[in-house]
Design a protein around this ligand. Structure first.
Ligand SMILES: [Zn+2]
Length: 101
């Protein structure tokens, strides 16, 4: 994961790779409950932040990054199934085209 930031729809998102997403969340927002199953990554649209968990596989991280980009593009948590579907359909296309974020 080379990128430190992306701009999508005119909004800038910082991109962070962390070893433990839940520990990272506890650190930046200890007052908020984090019971959700956040393992691979998350996107905070309000704060302009995309977090991806460090993984041994570059491919897994790239897929998560695409997932979080879709959230950054405006698909909310209420559209998680659509986001997963788009990730599953689009990621192999991008990966096979040589996309290595
Ligand atoms: Zn999601």
């Amino acid at each position: 994961m080379k990128r430190r930031s992306v701009t999508i729809g005119g909004k800038r998102f910082a991109v962070r790779v962390v070893s433990d997403v839940r520990a990272h969340l506890r650190e930046i927002a200890p007052e908020e409950p984090h019971e959700r199953q956040i393992l691979a990554g998350y996107c905070d649209v309000e704060d302009g932040l995309i977090v991806v968990a460090r993984d041994r596989s570059q491919k897994a991280m790239a897929s998560t990054f695409l997932h979080e980009l879709l959230h950054a593009a405006g698909l909310g948590a209420d559209q998680e199934r659509l986001v997963y579907r788009l990730e599953r359909l689009l990621f192999p296309v991008l990966w096979n085209q040589g996309w290595r974020p």
